[in-house]
Write a new protein. Structure first.
Length: 310
């Protein structure tokens, strides 16, 4: 098993797994040091068993690059060319989460509180567009910041999107876990969790804007009009805010009924954005046509952290 890269600043610790999709293995405060508060994991931590199994999907968070979430049947047309991608998620026919989560990333810079990772795609495999991506994790007094920078190194335009996929603990006791975010509309899904219809009236919208108690909804949906900030409040009084700058104009919420976790993502494109845009260029789906030599950059911040009561 390869060693994790540990970052520390004040009360905060982040453990990185560059060899496992450039993923974040844990992000917590306290624990370990004399006089420190008890350890509090703000994201679901990877267990030793998960690390031994080399499973990025069970890490605390992992990068989504060069697209977010699913592409229907792993197929799309781009500038007169049909691209077919291999399935990469169990029995699902839909290619998911981009390439970065299944690649090893190189550590190119590291300090006590920050690290930069990098991986490259030469455009000669299943993804026929060359690019390189740099990811920077940094701790400070407020929490954790993650920056992704994607550069098109190929000779033609490429479809591009960025995201990060954090897993949060879902605590159901008392008042339960509550998520609040500003959103305008929600993509309703078919039976394969692929977006079909944009709704401005689904009850989840008002609940999310007012503060959604997660155990009352079972969702795996994309939202448009994201206000670049989402807060989670746990029943013990603790809280954390996720902020994502432009172009992270879309929000994803996954809240299964049968698991003690949930996912909230700030992303730059909706699920299957390439095919949805081909169907109707006016649809709000995000995504970017990145010209040769151009850069797409996004930053996420996990901060405004409130410790548990007591």
């Amino acid at each position: 098993m390869q060693t994790l890269l540990t970052l520390k600043h004040g009360e905060f610790t982040a453990e990185l797994a560059p060899h496992l999709g450039g993923a974040l293995a844990s992000f917590y405060s306290g624990g370990g040091e004399p006089g420190a508060s008890a350890r509090r994991d703000w994201l679901r931590p990877a267990t030793p068993e998960v690390l031994a199994a080399r499973d990025p999907l069970r890490m605390a968070s992992f990068p989504l690059v060069p697209w977010c979430n699913r592409i229907r049947d792993g197929r799309f047309d781009w500038e007169g060319r049909t691209v077919r991608l291999a399935p990469n998620f169990g029995a699902s026919p839909h290619t998911i989460h981009g390439l970065g989560w299944q690649r090893s990333w190189e550590v190119v810079e590291a300090t006590a509180a920050s690290a930069a990772l990098r991986f490259e795609c030469d455009g000669r495999g299943a993804w026929p567009f060359a690019f390189h991506c740099r990811q920077r994790y940094a701790l400070d007094d407020a929490g954790l910041a993650i920056e992704l920078t994607l550069v098109n190194t190929g000779p033609r335009s490429m479809p591009a999107g960025l995201g990060h996929h954090p897993f949060f603990p879902h605590r159901r006791e008392g008042a339960g876990t509550v998520v609040q975010a500003q959103v305008d509309a929600m993509w309703e899904n078919d039976d394969e969790q692929m977006p079909t219809v944009l709704s401005a009236t689904d009850p989840a919208l008002a609940a999310l804007r007012d503060g959604m108690r997660l155990d009352r909804f079972a969702l795996d949906n994309n939202f448009t009009g994201f206000g670049h900030s989402a807060q989670v409040r746990w029943p013990d009084g603790s809280a954390l805010t996720l902020r994502g700058d432009g172009p992270l104009d879309y929000f994803v919420l996954y809240s299964p009924r049968d698991q003690d976790l949930f996912v909230m993502e700030a992303v730059s494109n909706c699920t299957d954005w390439i095919n949805l845009r081909a169907r109707d260029p006016a649809l709000p789906v995000g995504g970017t046509a990145l010209a040769p030599g151009d850069t797409l950059r996004a930053t996420w911040r996990f901060g405004e952290i409130v410790a548990p009561r007591g």
